[in-house]
Design a protein around this ligand. Structure first.
Ligand code: DQA
Length: 139
């Protein structure tokens, strides 16, 4: 069975409540339940933290045994050299995901510090961005 690790960064614990016009009304827990049912042949583990160092620790922990990592680094996407380095340091492919289309939003969201270290980037498809990243990693 293939194993995938979803890692969600800061403020993504509030999905469903946080700026619903941008991020929707569905909690990540509810979405994950549906995703797991859609892909029963995959193990999909999920981790969320608001703390940059904890995200790095999880990337290190998952990065040598999982078939892929789906990373929504939230606002750290736009600031974190340390996350870039962590992604470069591991073996598992990482797909950067964003729920919103960051390129249609404020200018400070247009640059990602992590894209160049990732296998690919998916943004703008709502929570479905996670499924698209999963499909990309499965294939
Ligand atoms: C986000 C986009 C980021 O700019 C923002 O800071 C987030 C969420 C997204 O999923 O659309 O927290 O990564």
């Amino acid at each position: 069975m293939k194993k995938f690790q979803i890692i969600n960064g800061p403020n993504l614990n509030l999905l469903g409540k946080r700026e619903p016009a941008v991020y929707g009304n569905t909690s990540f827990e509810a979405y994950l339940e549906v995703l797991r049912k859609q892909y029963p042949s995959c193990e999909i583990d999920c981790y969320q933290s608001n703390v940059e160092g904890e995200l790095i620790n999880k990337i290190h922990e998952a990065g040598f045994s999982y078939d892929g990592i789906i990373l929504n680094a939230g606002a750290y996407t736009h600031t974190s050299v340390a996350l870039h380095d962590a992604i470069k340091a591991i073996e598992s492919p990482v797909v950067e995901v964003h729920i919103s289309n960051v390129h249609t939003r404020e200018e400070f969201r247009h640059h990602s510090m992590i894209s160049a270290a990732c296998k690919g980037v998916i943004a703008g498809f709502g929570l479905k961005s996670y499924e698209l990243a999963l499909v990309a990693l499965i294939n």
